[in-house]
Write a protein that binds this ligand. Structure first.
Ligand code: ATP
Ligand code: MG
Length: 392
């Protein structure tokens, strides 16, 4: 047996014809980035599979930890730990016996499933499965062959240079490799929804510029830290992230002072959108992502969404628009942002929430209410005081 490695299989990327090589390179980069702290690995791809092999050296890396890290890589449809061996039926049998021996002893039933990416391999898939399966059932007499509902499937893959044996692949993070879909500005609060919407946009290959609005002294240092902690968690998936922190106090105070209270939230949201669009222009981003969710709160009715869209020159993407709260929460738990999101620090929106917000704001009313503000000056001030913090 030559040793253990990780195989990651691409999903939709194979459809992308000409872009394929650059997609592959980005997928490899995503893998390398996540594995960098865990040891020295050789990462290369061939025929829609990324092979991750520990380089021989003093320290043998922890393959379970490496596998766990690979679970988060965007663009991998499935992944598995596997053993590599020479492309001969006997070597394959020996490898399966050794590598999956414990699993075969524990399982009550098994079958062998073979795939031939290399069609020159002299044995057919069925014949190979029968050969390996026959010898394994002699070696593990307590584990019976069950081709319909086996407890364990011994997978054999015959590829270009080697054969691989594994106990079954699991689903990967899916999506498309980081950075293959262009850049977006993502409005990130400390809440549950926007970390999930940010993650989902990134998973489709978007490079993320996180933008957060804070309103000190109404919002505390802890609220800021909470959001930065979320950016840090997201950067494990998204790669390097440079968060833009925009002071929003003056804008909210002015809105509270001169606009009808019922419109405060929608107007605040319009200001966030305008500022996000300017940051998008500066950074080459082509869309704005938010964690808005249809009907969840007064500012997320179709009427309110129309009022926000009106001020944006670029598309606003809302990845969780149609999710139920429980579905968003499941995602938040899965990606590891939930525990931080539920910390009780006030967000700039909650501080200025009107008692009775308008649920069906009319754009002309909102425009009229906003006329009392010097929008340009407020926006310019906020942007000039913005702070950037990078996470690797
Ligand atoms: P979340 O759970 O993401 O906070 P929410 O359910 O609290 O969302 P709202 O407060 O109405 O909903 O915010 C809607 C969206 O506006 C958020 O998902 C986020 O994209 C953006 N947003 C709200 N507050 C901020 C903020 N302080 N900084 C940046 N973006 C924000
Ligand atoms: Mg919120």
């Amino acid at each position: 047996m030559t040793g253990e490695l990780i195989l990651l299989k691409q999903g939709e990327m194979t459809l992308k014809g000409l872009n394929r090589r650059s997609f592959e390179a980005r997928l490899e980069r995503g893998v390398r980035r996540r594995l960098a702290p865990l040891g020295d690995f050789d990462v290369r791809s061939s025929q829609s599979v990324v092979y991750v092999t520990p380089r021989s050296g003093a320290d043998t890396p922890d393959m379970t930890a490496a596998f766990d890290a690979c679970r988060g890589v965007f663009g991998a449809a499935s992944l598995t730990l596997a053993a590599r061996c020479e492309k001969s039926p006997d070597a394959i049998y020996e490898t399966a016996r050794e590598y999956l021996g414990d699993a075969l002893r524990r399982a009550e039933s098994f079958k062998v499933e073979s795939k031939r990416a290399d069609k020159r391999f002299p044995m057919g898939s069925i014949e190979l499965s029968q050969y390996v399966g026959g010898r394994l059932s002699e070696a593990f007499p307590d584990c019976r062959v069950d081709v319909h509902t086996p407890r364990l499937t011994v997978n054999v893959e015959i590829r270009e240079d080697f054969a691989f044996v594994h106990g079954g692949a699991e689903r990967g993070a899916g999506g498309l490799p980081q950075g293959t879909a262009g850049r977006v500005v993502s409005l990130l609060s400390g809440g549950i929804d926007s970390p999930v919407s940010t993650y989902l946009a990134a998973r489709r290959g978007a490079e993320i510029i996180p933008v957060h609005f804070l309103s000190p002294p109404y919002t505390s240092e802890l609220a800021k830290k909470k959001t930065l902690d979320i950016v840090k968690i997201l950067s494990a998936y998204c790669g390097r992230l440079t968060a833009e922190l925009v002071p929003f106090t003056k804008i909210q105070e002015q809105i509270a002072k001169v606009c009808p209270e019922e419109y405060a939230t929608v107007i605040a949201r319009r200001f966030m959108t305008r500022i996000a669009a300017i940051i998008a222009e500066r950074t080459g981003a082509q869309a704005i992502v938010t964690g808005e969710n249809l009907g969840q709160v007064a500012s997320q009715t179709l009427e309110a969404i129309a009022c926000t869209n009106e001020v944006s020159p670029i598309p606003i993407l809302r990845p969780v628009l149609t999710f139920d709260k429980s579905e968003i929460t499941e995602w938040a738990v899965k990606i590891g942002t939930y525990e931080t999101s539920i910390l009780p620090y006030e967000d700039c929106c909650t501080v200025f929430t009107p008692r009775r917000p308008a649920t069906k704001p009319r754009p002309e009313k909102i425009r009229a209410a906003e006329a009392a503000l010097d929008a340009e000056a407020l926006i310019a001030d906020a942007l000039s005081a913005a702070e950037r913090i990078a996470f690797d």
